[in-house]
Ligand binder design. Structure first.
Ligand code: 13P
Ligand code: SF4
Length: 304
């Protein structure tokens, strides 16, 4: 940490956040020490809601690029900082606006539901956004029409199964969740026969078919908190264990597989948070032309 102690860095962050009227938002996949200093820790939907409603002048977004970009679209008058500018989301990069425009031409009249894990340009070409915690509600709100669902094919197929709607899924995926196999579920169940299996819908169908519960990061936390079970197998990114252990100290959590880590989420550090508050950079902005179109899809989601 460049010679500075954790305590020193936290002291500086606390001072700077007050001086600059900043709020620190962190996703559940962020490193533990980032979650501990955040003003708010949440899932993608909760973070977007916080970003839209905060009175702070500066938003430090401890997450990945598309999350900070959504905050900037929703609150253009605010300074939105991403402490590590290289923290992207490989799934969000699996579709661009040109590809989406071409795909839409194949299905005249189709409605486009776009997972928030996408660029502002893709959101601008979509009818409505969704996150993993409201995808079913969002799809149900679009009466009758066929739906093009981008970029997460696994989430698209999951929502299709839950809502019985015709959904054309784009073949994108999250490398961290897509790697989990049915074999991982079966192996985990063998090791912990009395555990409940809770997985994220970014996992493949063969995985969610075997689970006791499928939901977003906040859904998984809520399920574990409210369940009478004592042991859980967790099928999402390892950062969530910090909140699970904090909130349920008497319960036991096991990751579904060894590789449940999002390298981009782990690029952040206390030092980077301190530095971005000090310099008010790197800032995430969106051109007005793209923002005007993208905000409609995001705001529509927030009203569902
Ligand atoms: P949620 O927080 O909405 O469950 O999303 C998980 C995710 O992959 C964010 O990148
Ligand atoms: Fe993207 Fe997957 Fe990382 Fe979420 S966990 S940010 S979907 S790569």
């Amino acid at each position: 940490m460049g010679g500075e102690s954790k305590k020193q860095l936290i002291g500086e962050i606390n001072q700077l956040r007050q001086q600059k009227n900043a709020i620190i938002l962190a996703h559940y996949y962020q490193p533990d020490e980032i979650q501990d200093i955040a003003d708010f820790v949440g899932d993608s939907l909760q973070l977007a809601q916080q970003a839209a409603n905060t009175d702070a002048e500066v938003i430090v977004f401890c997450g990945v690029h598309f999350m900070a970009e959504s905050a900037s679209i929703l609150s253009p008058e605010k300074i939105v900082l991403l402490p590590e500018p290289e923290a992207g989301c490989p799934m969000a990069d699996m579709i661009n606006a040109e590809e989406l425009i071409e795909e839409k031409k194949k299905y005249p009249g189709v409605k486009v539901v776009c997972y928030v894990n996408s660029s502002a340009e893709v959101k601008a070409e979509s009818d409505i956004c969704c996150t993993s915690s409201n995808a079913e509600k969002v799809v149900a709100s679009l009466e009758g029409q066929d739906i093009l669902f981008v970029p997460d094919g696994n989430l698209g197929r999951y929502v299709a199964a839950k809502t019985n709607r015709k959904i054309i899924p784009w073949p994108g995926f999250c490398p961290t969740h897509h790697r989990v196999s049915k074999e991982d579920v079966l192996q985990s169940r063998k090791l912990h026969p009395d555990a409940k299996v809770l997985v994220h819908p970014e996992c493949r169908e063969e995985v969610w078919q075997e689970a006791d519960y499928v939901g977003s990061t906040s859904g998984i936390i809520k399920y574990a908190e409210n369940s009478s079970a004592k042991k859980f197998i967790i099928g999402t990114e390892c950062g969530i264990l910090h909140q699970l252990q904090k909130r349920c100290p008497d319960k036991e959590f096991h990751l579904i597989a060894k590789h449940m880590l999002c390298p981009n989420m782990k690029k952040n550090s206390l030092q980077k948070v301190r530095d971005c508050l000090l310099t008010l950079s790197p800032r995430i902005t969106v051109t007005e032309e793209v923002r005007e179109k993208a905000i409609a899809a995001l705001e529509k989601m927030l009203t569902v």
